[in-house]
Design a protein around this ligand. Structure first.
Ligand code: UDP
Ligand code: MG
Length: 160
């Protein structure tokens, strides 16, 4: 995988979907020059395991450890989410910069959370925090055939 092919898992949480922020959030990543390689609108299912910190994507039947707390689990289970994979140079770290700080009140204006959110439990989006976790999250939410390989027409104008 070349440096320009780093991938990150980005999810628009139920609050972001309900507030009509799918388009604006996708635009932030598109406008920056990242390439969308997978996307689905899906309702996460509660894990049948005893753990309260895991939720399962509907397909495949694997579990994802995305939420860190019970609150987060409830947040993530409260409605459809928009799960995506974005690709590009330094996509994981830069994706987190586009999202902004976890607590929206500490997020800089110009970031997604800094522009669209106030409370930490309603911070509208998730982004992988490391390349290693991105790989795990992508594999848990998407089958291999759902993550597309294609050449963006913009690539030569985004990368030197
Ligand atoms: N969260 C919360 N209260 C907290 C910390 C986290 O509600 O005190 C929620 C918040 O929605 C956050 C998510 O749990 O986005 C995951 O927490 P993490 O520390 O991984 O922050 P993130 O990676 O999303 O910035
Ligand atoms: Mg996190």
């Amino acid at each position: 995988m070349s440096a320009n092919e780093e991938q990150t898992f980005i999810a628009i949480k139920p609050d972001g979907v309900q507030r009509g922020l799918i388009g604006p959030i996708i635009s932030r990543f598109e406008n920056r020059g990242f390439k969308l390689v997978a996307m689905k609108l899906t309702s996460p299912a509660r894990s049948t395991s005893r753990s309260t910190t895991l939720i399962s994507p509907p397909s495949p039947s694997s579990r994802v450890s995305l939420p860190q707390s019970t609150n987060t689990t409830e947040d993530m289970l409260s409605g459809p989410i928009c799960a995506m994979v974005w690709e590009g140079k330094d996509a994981v770290k830069t994706g987190r910069v586009l999202l902004g700080a976890t607590n929206p009140l500490a997020s800089a204006p110009g970031t997604i959370r800094g522009d669209y959110a106030i409370d930490v439990g309603r911070n509208v989006c998730h982004g992988s925090d490391s390349v290693e976790n991105a790989k795990k999250e992508i594999a848990l939410w998407f089958g291999a055939s759902e993550v597309l390989k294609y050449t963006s027409a913009q690539a030569a104008w985004v990368y030197e």
